[in-house]
Design a binder for this molecule. Structure first.
Ligand code: RUB
Length: 306
C-alpha cells in the first residue's frame, strides 16, 4: 500500500489549475514540475511520485505537456527511486520548456512582417513570447486579440502585448471569424496565430474554444493558420478520439434560470486541413509530419496518465 502525501501545497496547486487561476499548458507544466521538486524530500518511492504526478497530470483534461513530462519523471524512477536524480531531471525539464519557448518565439518572430495585421486567440505564453520577440526585432505590426469568453484569458494577452508596445485591438470572440474572412473591409488579417494544449497523433489541434471557428474562417479565406507550440505537447490519441474539457455552467452564467442547460466547452478540436503549420522549437512543421517529428526529437516520450 502506497502511503499518500497529503500536502496542502499539492491540493492548493491542483485546485488553482482546475479553477484556471493557473492556466495555459506551459504555466501548468512549469508549476507542476516545481511542485514535484518542492515535494521531493517528502517522497519515498516511485509509487508515491506516481500518485502525486497523477493528481497534477489529470487536474485538467487536455494537458499532454504536463502529462508527458511527469510520465518521463515517473518512468525514470521505476528502475530505482533516487531523489537527487528526480530533482535534477525535473529542473532539466523546466529548463527544456523555457529554452523551447525561446526557440519557438524566435521562429514565430521570423514569420512576422512589417505593416501586417495578425489575429491571436486566447492566452498562449509561447505565442505572446513570439510577438514580443518580433517587436524587439523592431517589426511594426498590429494584433487583433480575442477576449476569450468566458474567463477572458485574451485580456491577459492584450495587457502583456500593450506593455511591450505592441499595437493591440481587443475584439469579442464572435467577431473573429468575420474579421478573418474576405468579406470585411476593416482589417486585412495576414495570419491567424493560436497556441496549443494538445497536438494529436494525426495533427489535429486541441486549443481554447473558438480556435476551430477562427481556423475554419481562415481556411475559407486562404489565410494561413499557425499553431505556436512545443512538440512536447503531442498527445497519444488521434483527433477524433480525444475528448475536450467541459467546465462548470457557472463560468458562463452564474445566476442562470435553473431550467436552462449550459454547455461550457473549454476547448475545441481543429482538424488538420484547417492548419498551415506548427511553429515549434525545431522550426515550422507541416501538420501531417508533426507526430513523426515529435517522436524523432523526443523518442522516449510516453503518457502513462491516460
Ligand atoms: C489556454 C490555451 C492556450 C494553450 C497554450 O487555455 O488554450 O492557448 O494552453 O498555452 P486555458 P502556452 O486558459 O483554459 O488554460 O503556449 O502558454 O503553453
Amino acid at each position: 500500500m502506497v502511503s499518500l502525501i497529503t500536502d496542502p501545497r499539492l491540493e492548493q496547486l491542483v485546485e488553482q489549475i482546475k479553477s484556471v487561476q493557473i492556466q495555459g499548458a506551459t504555466n501548468i507544466a512549469l508549476r507542476s514540475l516545481d511542485m514535484v521538486i518542492g515535494l521531493a524530500d517528502a517522497i519515498d518511492s516511485s509509487q508515491q511520485l506516481e500518485v502525486i504526478s497523477r493528481r497534477l497530470a489529470l487536474a485538467r483534461n487536455n494537458e499532454p505537456l504536463t502529462r508527458n513530462l511527469l510520465s518521463l519523471l515517473v518512468e525514470n524512477q521505476r528502475i530505482g527511486f533516487d531523489r537527487a536524480v528526480l530533482k535534477k531531471q525535473a529542473q532539466e525539464y523546466k529548463a527544456l520548456i523555457k529554452n523551447n519557448k525561446k526557440l519557438i518565439a524566435d521562429n514565430l518572430a521570423n514569420l512576422i512582417r512589417d505593416g501586417k495585421v495578425y489575429l491571436s486567440h486566447c492566452h498562449s505564453t509561447s505565442l505572446t513570447a513570439g510577438l514580443i520577440a518580433a517587436k524587439k526585432q523592431g517589426k511594426k505590426f498590429k494584433i487583433i486579440q480575442t477576449e476569450t469568453r468566458p474567463l477572458f484569458q485574451g485580456r491577459i494577452t492584450a495587457k502583456n502585448l500593450i506593455t511591450n508596445g505592441i499595437d493591440t485591438t481587443l475584439i469579442v470572440d464572435s467577431a473573429a471569424a468575420w474579421l478573418i474572412s474576405d468579406y470585411d473591409d476593416l482589417y486585412n488579417i495576414s495570419m491567424v496565430f493560436v497556441g496549443a494544449d494538445a497536438i494529436t497523433t494525426d495533427g489535429w489541434l486541441v486549443n481554447k474554444v473558438g480556435t476551430f471557428a477562427n481556423a475554419a474562417s481562415a481556411f475559407l479565406a486562404s489565410v494561413p493558420v499557425y499553431v505556436v507550440a512545443s512538440l512536447l505537447k503531442i498527445s497519444f490519441k488521434p483527433g477524433r478520439q480525444l475528448k475536450v474539457e467541459v467546465r462548470e455552467e457557472d463560468e458562463i452564467w452564474p445566476d442562470k434560470p435553473s431550467a436552462l442547460k449550459v454547455l461550457n466547452l473549454a476547448f475545441d478540436k481543429t482538424p488538420v486541413k484547417f492548419l498551415t503549420g506548427f511553429v515549434t522549437e525545431v522550426g515550422i512543421i507541416r501538420p501531417d509530419k508533426i507526430h513523426a517529428r515529435a517522436l524523432e526529437v523526443y523518442p522516449n516520450l510516453s503518457n502513462i496518465f491516460v
